[in-house]
Design a protein around this ligand. Sequence first.
Ligand code: MN
Length: 719
Amino acid sequence: MLRQVELVERVLSYDPQADEDLLNRAYIFTVKTHGSQTRASGDPYFSHPIEVAGILTELKLDTATIITALLHDTIEDTVATKEEIEKIFGTEISVLVDGVTKLSQLELQSDRTKQAENFSKLLVAMSNDIRVLLVKLADRLHNMRTLHFIKKPEKRVRIATETMEIYAPLAERIGIQSFRDELEDLAFVELNNEARKSILRRLDYLRAEGEDLVSDIVQNLKNDLSEAGFQADVAGREKRPYSIWRKMEKNNVAFEQLSDIIAFRVIVFTVEQCYHVLGNLHAKYAMVPGRFKDYISTPKRNNYRSLHTTIIGPERQRIEVQIRTREMHETNEFGVAAHWQYKQQIGAGDLVKEGQQYRWLRELLEILEEASDPDEFLEHTKLNMYQDQVFCFSPKGDLISLPAGSSPVDFAYAVHTRVGDTCVGSKINGRMAPLRTVLRNGDQVEILRSKNQTPSPTWESFVVSGKARSAIRRFIRHQQRDQYVELGRSIAEKAFRTDGKPFTEKALAPVLKVWGLESVEDIYYSLGDGTHTGRQLVEIVFPGEKKTEQKENIVPINKPKPAKGKKSDHAVPIRGLIPGMAMHLAGCCHPLPGDRIVGIVTTGKGVTIHTIHCDTLEQFAEVPERWLDVSWDQDNQDNDLLVGRMTVVMANEAGALSSVTSTIAANNGNINNLLISHRSEDFFEMRIDVQVRDVKHLTNIMAALRADPVISSVERATN
Ligand code: MN
């Protein structure tokens, strides 16, 4: 463990202006607050934050980051609070420590790593300051270095898997190659030690066989380059076991010779020299086609810059050579951290330094941003990375990414269209929440479903994801179409009957041509939505025939024909309608047989039936000619089930919802739609749409619900 003096000296060695006093206080603070806590290794707990701080001094990070590392576990694991830290160490540090704490809490929540990509995006989204991420990575690195102390094998495997899938790629993205290599190698030990061992054995063998080969090649290359007048560093670097393994897996190849596992590196001073060295090597040695890569003119997404080429080298071996400048090399190894130091060296004075920091941060965000796929890249605006996304957990710990502003309905559709279609309610972080609640990063969302549920048109007003929106629209379109088709069919049948003709679909063939339609269903639809009338249909099917007198044909709109007492043959249970005109029940008041109703004529849409008390009717007060006097056909026994809407206020307690649904089912009602419109600590208010025969049926259900102790009130919804 680093002693206090050593740590402070390390920081001062690269930053003479560092706040020595504050560093000392942080060191003492972490030792004191962690007190007698111990690690799995038996070491005092505070050795961990101190080592993490030590790791970050290798990246030469600023004092605030080093102090954050020292304090990173104090909020989570000790009595220390954010307020206390803010008081002693200031706002900047307390915000950073709080940021790391939040990431650690997220980690605890997610015990699954299969959505590693989303999880790492979540980490990035939640790290407002990149230094939070750097501390988190160093924290993980130290935990991996001490992983073998953990007793439970399944816990070790979980942590190693997470490291391999989330933290190593994250380190790669921010370009900290040294972190990535070590994280991968430590995880490799845990996850596939046999493979690792066999690679190490093979490496030993190749090394022994070609002991002098590498140094010969290095020497030869050095000579070549100095003859050509270059001052260059040349070194052979053995590849990491895991990167060899990855290559073997990916390309399905074995590694055979030493040159497969050694990369030769040439480090020069300027970019021009890089290309000159390259030209020189290509002139002297045969170049292996297809292996040359220019990451200087086109850097990798994490800003890695270098020239790569493979040549048949000095010892007739095929070798890979990487050519780069010293600065590129630093950036490649230490990523943004090196980038930052470099900028800081340029900057002088606090104001400039701040500006530099900002630029550094912005550049980093751009790097990270480019790491996402091209579609996302287009969607995201700079500096707002992932801010237009929200990441939520399923109860199983799956991570789902959604557009910002998403609701539980968006979440449900993101899981599966079926889940979206049948969703009736949601729990967020274990509590019932309205379906229109805006989700936040890290929320755990549970979707309550009901077989009988269908998408509600009202969802359209608050969903934001394309998937949810299109699924709801598609459903509504289909549903409307189905209704119109059904209605159109009965209009056609009736028109035939009125004319005294037997109805056959075959007879409709000539209509297709005249109306320019493709199927019989289209004909029904055009009748149902009021585009054509039953009369027009009959005239096409039986042209030139003398029309029989229409008894109930035209009803003057402002002087409706009173309904007759005899059993009507209307397919829809409403009297007083104009035959051939489409009818539908208003979605605002959900009229039911037994209600006093009125029809409103809407051009192109037919007649809409409202209850006499519906608020919507006020809009039509000035146009009495559009009012149609209609009534229910009480004799009609085979009514389709209609939808009644109730507003229910119930206790917010476990089992309350299922009690309501079973009461409704016990009274032969089908829940068609259920929306929690308001929720408080103790109660929530729901709008429930139930399929019922008539008003009496609905009244029965409401009475049964009122008898239920969890229900505080039930009313018929008026709008
Ligand atoms: Mn830690």
